[in-house]
Write a protein that binds this ligand. Structure first.
Ligand SMILES: Cc1ncc(COP(=O)(O)O)c(C=O)c1O
Length: 372
């Protein structure tokens, strides 16, 4: 049996006819940017997330980077100000901060949830702190009441990197519930492998903050709010019509797809029992759309080889932590033991809506037979 880590062809095939029709509709319309499909998707996705506004953009990194750019332009933060970020994340979260000449302050995660440890945040807050960037890493909610309380107490902007968390609802309700401190912004990526993935790049922000949404849209459109008039030195970062049309189709199935991911994850957790493999804890399974199913092992290469010998593809998210990357040499001397352990030991097991019962049984068998 051969099980790739994630086969996008199979993901697309689940709704191939509707996707094909949606693409054909755009192709035949002759209108490829800033048209009806983007407007429709933005309205649908805002409603889905419980937000008043959704603004599409070119990718998830732009959603984050242009959010900080917008916050700077609004005067809510400025060069050199600090943003609290989880030390274990995909590099894009942190790139968006440094790209804007803001200073990321790395905070360790909790080992049992992989998410920023909210007990460590308050001690990292200084007079220069302006925002907390929460990352719903691996599809698991990272926002806690403590973080919400700290945002209110210190008047901090809340930015949520939800690139891996489509469909996540919060303990309080939808992603944008009344309990979120205002103003807050949620940034999304529609990279093809995401739970809500396009057939190319795409991204968006959702927010209840109208001023922020309007300015973000302007900055992402060359800095222009009216044709031929440029108020800011902006960028070109747009979601295109084809991607938006595809996303509208896939959004209809997101909850059902996430339920299948959850079932797959529950089987893995319930049926893999191997002292050499640390499975996610029960706590980890709350508020989770299982974008990635992470396990920890002392020798990731050996587990990956063992699973490959059984025809099973795996991935690493991510083998080198941000503070040990060449692009952030100033952090090379930092010692962040929990972050380093996660990045050193994490292996991602296939866990998605396309897996059959037999495939899952095979993955479980192979994981239980690992004995190196
Ligand atoms: C946590 C996180 N943030 C940001 C991004 C950036 O998104 P994109 O690839 O669409 O630029 C990604 C994914 O790629 C991600 O996983």
């Amino acid at each position: 049996m051969k099980i790739n880590y994630l086969e996008l062809k199979r993901v697309t095939a689940m709704h191939a006819h509707e996707i094909q029709q949606a693409v054909n509709h755009v192709v035949n319309s002759g209108w490829y940017l800033q048209g009806e499909a983007v407007g429709t998707f933005e309205a649908e996705y805002a409603k889905y997330c419980g937000a008043q506004h959704c603004v599409g953009c070119a990718n998830g990194l732009d959603a984050l980077t242009l959010t900080f750019r917008t916050l700077i332009t609004l005067g809510r933060m400025g060069e050199g100000d600090e943003v609290i970020v989880p030390a274990n994340t995909y590099i894009a979260s942190i790139l968006s901060v440094t790209e804007n000449r803001l200073t990321p302050v790395l905070v360790e995660p909790r080992l049992n949830t992989f998410q920023i440890d909210d007990r460590l945040i308050e001690q990292a807050i200084t007079p220069r702190t302006r925002a907390i960037l929460v990352v719903n890493l691996y599809g698991r909610n990272a926002l806690t009441d403590t973080i919400i309380r700290l945002c209110t107490k210190y008047n901090l902007q809340l930015v949520i990197d939800n690139a891996q968390g489509h469909g996540l609802s919060l303990p309080h309700g939808t992603l944008h519930s009344a309990a979120l401190p205002s103003p807050s912004v949620v940034c999304h990526s529609f990279y093809p492998g995401k739970n809500l993935g396009a057939l190319g790049d795409g991204g968006a922000i959702t927010t209840d903050d109208e001023t922020l949404a309007t300015l973000f849209r302007t900055i992402a459109n060359y800095g222009s709010s009216r044709k031929y008039v440029f108020d800011y030195c902006g960028r070109n970062s747009r979601l295109d019509e084809i991607q938006a049309a595809v996303l509208s189709v896939k959004l209809k199935y997101l909850d059902a797809d996430n339920a299948l991911r959850r079932n797959a994850a529950q089987r893995l957790i319930g049926e893999v029992s191997n002292p050499l493999i640390t499975m996610p804890s029960a706590e980890y399974c709350h508020d989770n759309v299982f974008h990635i199913f992470p396990v920890l092992v002392k020798s990731p290469d050996t587990l990956q080889r063992h699973l490959q010998d059984h025809g099973i593809g795996t991935m690493r998210h991510y083998p080198i932590p941000p503070h040990q990357q060449a692009c952030y040499q100033a952090w090379a001397a930092l010692h962040l033991p929990i972050t380093e352990q996660i990045h050193r030991e994490e292996v991602s097991i296939p866990c998605n809506q396309t897996l059959t019962t037999e495939e899952l049984t095979h993955i479980i068998f192979a994981m239980n037979s690992y004995d190196k």
